[in-house]
Design a protein around this ligand. Sequence first.
Ligand SMILES: [Zn+2]
Length: 157
Amino acid sequence: MNLYKIKKSNIDKKGLVASKNIKSGTRIIEYIGKLITKKETDENPKFDNEKDIYLFNLNNRYDLDGDYNWNTARLINHSCNPNCEVEGKGLKLWITAIKNIEKGEELSYDYGFSYSKEDLNNFICKCGAKNCCGYIVREESRWRISKKFKKTPRINK
Ligand SMILES: [Zn+2]
């Protein structure tokens, strides 16, 4: 039985929700797509956008293009407080729980977009998390948007 269901989402039109309680560390769904070489990525204008949502870097040689309807995992939305992450294993990608997830909760992961002032407004985040920075930007870069997200520096002895 699948651990997820396709549902209308509060974040975007559609999303995936947990169909039962899921323990942290569980692989929920494989992120499938077509294996393409870096060369193909470089040459295909489809990937001109730096923030290609469905393109994953697998290793030095290959990327995975998940921009296909049969890749159900592509429906998973970004959240500033995600409950999943993308786990790479060889040439496979899994959406893995990083928290205990309750049945009915929407699945999400950090899309990991780099910060760019110019196109920030094309990537508005509506995840609704308490710590939402308002934009789809990876956690490490959110301090650029608001000082509120700045990590407190660690004092080295
Ligand atoms: Zn957010």
